[in-house]
Design a protein around this ligand. Structure first.
Ligand SMILES: [Zn+2]
Length: 81
């Protein structure tokens, strides 16, 4: 993690997958996730790490201000293509 970069609006996205397909297919969902704001703190998602699994499934690990925003983001991204 690089904490020295100051990034207010851009969500940091890390995708651990064998090829670019997962990132391309999640692009729309990730765009929407990046536009979310926490109803309590007004913050956006700070970072998400996505681990490719099998048969279109994936795991997402979120860095957010609180679980409210994380739940919203997870509902948008879901856990399967
Ligand atoms: Zn919050």
């Amino acid at each position: 993690m690089n904490d020295s970069s100051v990034s207010v609006s851009a969500m940091q996205i890390t995708i651990e997958a064998r090829g670019p397909a997962l990132r391309e297919r999640l692009r729309d969902r990730l765009d929407r996730t990046g536009g979310l704001r926490c109803p309590e703190h007004g913050q956006g998602v700070i970072a998400v790490t996505i681990h490719d699994r099998e048969n279109g499934w994936f795991d997402a690990t979120w860095t957010t201000c609180c679980h409210l925003l994380e739940q919203q983001a997870a509902a948008v991204l879901k856990d399967r293509l």
